[in-house]
Design a protein around this ligand. Structure first.
Ligand code: C2O
Ligand code: CU
Length: 457
């Protein structure tokens, strides 16, 4: 006999394409929080995981986790070519790791489940930034506690800048016309606390309350100008389809790992957990009292904008941003790694196996491109979208069901959304050595074993 909770879980889990728990509209009462910008000093960035209390709701203190603060983390900004040391410290009362999602870094520095930091421990991660301009992120990855630690607030962003990004002239004034937006849904207890274990869902924990950069009921005040929004789906499991309530279009300029070759005009964009996109919204045509908001597919208001018409600028968005390509050679390579994603809840697997810290599932040579074919095998209930992520690399999507990917996915990616029955081919190359994870970024799936390890030699 199933308990009520288990039945709820079943229902939640099997609503495969839509989100079972609708989000509430943002009333726009609170100005969006802007994470502090953190740049290396003498090549060093200090990052401490800690616990604290945060006033998410007026007059109430919620127990939270954060990096260098009580909730969420800073935006760490680094430059391509720069050698930096991330000086990490665990001030939590439990073990954690520091994983740099999307960063091309050695397996040792990657911060997967092998690189545990005990409470009180510190560890220096030194590396040279060896990838182009992009919006990456970081979060913990300890086996069995990733989902809960992220849920409590451990997540931050990493901006990589390069010569190209500095020359392009895109909106790039942090907090003025260039904003990070971290979308996370949560369930709060009546006392306005997180009780992750109570609401945990084996197929992905979905919340009814949206936080953007940790702000409840956010609004964002922007100028009458073109604004760059760097969207991160930092949720454990919820998918978002972002659009403007006006029906107006916007331009996507970047994927997970860098700029698209040219801006792509979009009317909506879907991001599954772990994915990022940079978009440019042109607010210059709206008046101060214009009702404009970022909404999701059900037209729930995610982020209303308030336009300050005293602030204007005119920026031309270049139509040549990057030189990304899937080469003919890559297109003609044979498939050398096959992965089958299957199952639900505690039964999720890759190639019929669940994660084992002591098993290496694949090997690959450093610097060599291989084609990975990933198939999301449906089950009797239809199955779920699995956002498939590989550590330590930015890959190219060669095809989705044999077809060229849509224009806005023709760019560097580290997480790809795979629908039930879909087969995706990726050109994957690791520039560094070591052991890396690959997994579903529904954090409860990752935790339930939908993860494997590759050793790059
Ligand atoms: Cu965001 Cu294992 O990753
Ligand atoms: Cu999954």
């Amino acid at each position: 006999n199933m308990s009520h909770d288990e039945m709820m879980n079943m229902e939640n889990g099997h609503a495969s394409h839509t989100n079972p728990l609708p989000l509430n509209d943002s009333t726009g009462d609170n100005e969006l929080a802007l994470p502090p910008l953190l740049e290396p000093k003498h090549g060093v960035v200090d990052i401490t995981a800690q616990q604290g209390k945060t006033e998410i709701f007026e007059g109430v203190e919620t127990e939270t986790y954060g990096y260098n603060g009580s909730f969420l983390g800073p935006v760490i900004r680094v430059n391509e070519g720069q050698t930096v040391t991330f000086r990490t410290k665990n001030n939590l009362a439990e073990p954690t790791t520091f994983h740099w999602h999307g960063v091309e870094i050695s397996g040792e520095g990657d911060g997967g489940p092998h690189q545990i930091l005990q409470p009180g421990a510190s560890h220096d991660v030194k590396f040279t930034v060896n990838q182009g301009a992009s919006t990456l992120w970081f979060h913990p990855h300890p086996e069995g506690a990733t989902a809960e630690q992220v849920y409590k607030g451990l997540a931050g962003l990493i901006y990589v800048e390069d010569e190209n990004s500095k020359k392009l002239g895109l909106p790039s004034k942090y907090g003025e016309n260039d904003f990070p937006l971290v979308f996370q849904d949560r369930v709060f207890t009546e006392e306005k606390q997180f009780d992750y274990q109570a609401v945990r869902n084996e197929d992905g924990t979905i919340g009814d309350t949206l936080l953007v950069n940790g702000t409840f009921n956010p609004k964002l005040t922007i100028g009458k100008e073109k604004v760059r929004l760097r969207l991160l789906n930092g949720s454990n499991a919820r998918n978002y389809t972002f659009k403007l309530n006006t029906g107006d279009k916007f331009q996507q300029v970047a994927t997970d790992g860098g700029f698209l070759n040219k801006p792509i005009t979009m009317s909506e964009i879907t991001l599954t957990p772990g994915e990022r996109a940079e978009i440019i919204v042109d607010f210059s045509k709206y008046d101060a009292d214009h009702n404009i908001a970022l909404v999701n597919e059900e037209n729930t208001i995610l982020l209303p904008f308030h336009i300050d018409d005293q602030k204007t600028s005119s920026i031309e968005i270049s139509d040549s941003l990057n030189d990304f390509a899937v080469t003919d050679e890559e297109r003609n390579l044979p498939v050398t790694k096959k992965l089958e994603l299957f199952g639900m809840g505690p039964m999720v697997s890759i190639n019929g196996k669940q994660f084992d810290m002591n098993r290496i599932d694949f090997t690959q040579k450093q610097g060599e491109t291989e084609i990975w074919e990933i198939y999301n095998k449906p089950d009797m209930m239809g199955g779920m979208i699995h956002p498939f992520h590989i550590h330590g690399t930015q890959f190219k999507i060669v095809s989705i069901d044999g077809k060229e990917p849509p224009a806005n996915l023709q760019g560097w990616k580290d997480t790809v959304s795979i629908e039930p029955s879909q087969t995706v081919k990726l050109a994957v190359k690791f520039n560094n050595k070591g052991i890396y994870m690959f997994h579903c970024h529904v954090l409860e799936h990752e935790e339930n074993g939908m993860m494997g390890q590759i050793e790059v030699k």
